[in-house]
Design a protein around this ligand. Structure first.
Ligand SMILES: CSC[C@H]1O[C@H](OP(=O)(O)O)[C@H](O)[C@@H]1O
Ligand SMILES: Nc1ncnc2[nH]cnc12
Length: 311
């Protein structure tokens, strides 16, 4: 692409992971495309570096944008290289991720096109997706009680509420059920998830959120409801339904993400976006394997991801 660099030298602290129907962000200046290669492979798409003027200083803040399913939605949920995505983002300096997801609603009150900022996850993936950086000779156990970052979540909720009345309807909390897919749920499963208190359902929250937690990245998902899955009498979910609602509300989704980026780019949030509150957690969580038991391969991969942690 003319005028777009293939490298970017300054660290980038904030990233957006775009999902179904959100493959780019308008209204930002696209300055570079970077393609970091990681010990876990290459990310889903080139990482676009976008310039965004900080509302408090007017200075340009770089934002990384990664398309979860690839530039043309060619990766199924179980094919998304989440380890490479998270490792690549961390390697360019990212410590805060706003992840966007199209979801089915499991509750009457969460209508198609409503937004939900979830606070919990139920894991219904089937173990076929690589879900940890700690394996093959180095064991690590990070806490995952709160899969989303409370402080980033507060900022996201405030921004969402500021757009209410302009077409945005926001639910402040909810449990996202992450299923394996790619087929949608059976009616019995959908009803079961409702009985468990699930608010919305997708195929993408995991292992992304687990890997972000291991990588000491403050991670918050923004969900946009696109359908009532198959429990509701209004009709079963289809891809047309999902894409139709995504398209119809894409402008609101972009405005929501834009408002969050405006807010996070303010000087007052500089420690938050660097996730200072998470720093070094994984150093301790990942030091359970005694040095004599650490395999050279596992160690070198983790040294790549966490320079200085496991020397
Ligand atoms: C096209 S419907 C199923 C698909 O949509 C969601 O994608 P994303 O979370 O990346 O927005 C869901 O998780 C499935 O991958
Ligand atoms: N009903 C549904 N189930 C799983 N993922 C989805 N993404 C959007 N709608 C969905």
């Amino acid at each position: 692409m003319a005028g777009i660099a293939d490298h970017y030298d300054d660290p980038i602290h904030i990233a957006v992971i775009g999902g179904t129907g959100l493959a780019s962000l308008a209204d930002f200046t696209h300055v570079a495309n970077v393609k970091p290669s990681t010990p876990w492979g290459v990310p889903s798409s080139p990482i676009a570096v976008l310039h965004h003027p900080s509302p408090s200083t007017g200075k340009s803040i770089p934002i990384a944008f990664l398309s979860r399913h690839g530039l043309h939605h060619e990766l199924a949920p179980h094919e998304v290289p989440s380890r490479a995505n998270i490792a690549a983002l961390r390697s360019i300096g990212v410590r805060t991720i706003i992840a966007f997801s199209a979801v089915g609603s499991l509750q009457e009150d969460i209508k198609p096109r409503d937004f939900v900022v979830p606070d919990q996850i139920i894991d219904r993936t089937k173990g076929v997706r690589p879900f940890t950086f700690f394996e093959g000779g180095m064991v690590g156990h990070v806490g995952f009680a709160d899969p989303f970052d409370g402080d980033v979540g507060k900022v996201v909720r405030k921004c969402g509420h500021s757009l209410e009345g302009e077409g945005v309807r926001l639910h402040d909390s909810g449990t996202v059920v992450c299923m394996e897919g790619p087929q949608f749920s059976t009616r019995a499963e959908s009803k079961l998830y409702r009985s468990w208190g699930g608010a919305v359902i997708n195929m993408s929250a995991l292992p992304e959120a687990k890997l972000a937690k291991e990588a000491e990245i403050a991670y918050q998902m923004i969900c946009m409801s696109t359908d009532y899955d198959c429990w509701h009498e209004s009709g079963d979910v289809t891809v047309e339904m999902v894409m139709g609602n995504m398209k119809a509300n894409a402008e609101n989704a972009r405005r929501f993400v834009g408002a969050v980026l405006d807010e996070l780019s303010k000087e007052e949030h500089s420690d938050l976006v660097l996730a200072k509150h998470l720093e070094s957690q994984t150093k301790f969580a990942g030091s359970i394997t005694a040095p004599a038991g650490r395999s050279a391969e596992a160690k070198s991969k983790l040294q790549w991801l966490f320079p200085g942690y496991f020397d």
